[in-house]
Ligand binder design. Structure first.
Ligand SMILES: Cc1cc2nc3c(=O)[nH]c(=O)nc-3n(C[C@H](O)[C@H](O)[C@H](O)COP(=O)(O)O)c2cc1C
Length: 199
């Protein structure tokens, strides 16, 4: 198996240092090498999956495709948001964020046809794949950010991504190198002891 306490301490470090790094802190001019991106995606592909349905799908937006995505998201927000709820800042952010990160991935769940596997488990498997990706990105020094604006669950978004009726877009994942001089944001967790019951 080749496992050891050294592996554990490496993995603990990577897990605990992973942060959500917002696109504003990423350098849009510094590309993510295609080979590195392939490795991150390959690691995502090794997520656990009940029944080996492998429901994770990623749509990758780089270069000018990000502009297309940004325009689509802004249009979608405009169409789906009632006038009284429309927020100018939200609309602007949807147009800006995809251009701040050199890579944007649409996180998708493709519902398999194995009826024995509940949909929730397909979603859970996708989340595991995203965590693999995020941890791998952090280990490489990249920033990552999972964002879930409500418009992503619309039929229009599914159509944009070429997803079926039973599939889902579970978020956008922004990926990029932190800008020079940026320190990773702080995060905190309440004690694990409060969340574990021993019998
Ligand atoms: C499923 C999921 C959806 C998320 N969606 C958003 C989001 O829409 N907006 C946001 O600011 N953060 C989002 N986050 C990131 C959390 O805000 C972040 O994980 C939390 O603040 C803790 O920070 P850390 O990841 O650096 O420890 C999401 C995280 C997950 C797991």
């Amino acid at each position: 198996m080749g496992s050891s306490y050294t592996d554990l301490s490496n993995v603990s470090g990577i897990i605990r240092q992973r942060r959500s790094v917002k696109p504003t802190f990423m350098d849009p001019e510094k590309p993510v090498d295609a080979t590195l991106l392939d490795t991150l995606l390959e690691n995502a592909n090794w997520a656990p999956t009940h029944g080996l349905t492998e429901p994770w799908r990623f749509t990758v937006f780089t270069g000018s495709a990000r502009q297309k995505l940004a325009g689509f998201l802004q249009g979608l927000y405009q169409v789906l948001t009632p006038t009284h709820a429309f927020k100018k800042e939200k609309h602007e952010k949807l147009g800006r964020n995809p251009l701040l990160a050199p890579v944007v991935l649409a996180i998708c769940m493709q519902r398999g046809n194995n009826a024995k596997i509940p949909e929730l488990e397909e979603v859970e498997a996708v989340a595991c794949a995203v965590q693999n990706l995020h941890l791998s990105a952090s280990a490489a020094g990249l920033g990552g950010f999972w964002s879930t604006p409500p418009i992503l669950s619309s039929a229009e978004m599914r159509a944009f991504l070429g997803l079926g009726d039973k599939d889902a877009c579970l978020g956008l994942f922004y990926l990029g190198w932190p800008k020079e001089g940026v320190t990773l944001p702080e995060s905190r967790r309440s004690p694990m002891n409060d969340k574990v019951t021993w019998f």
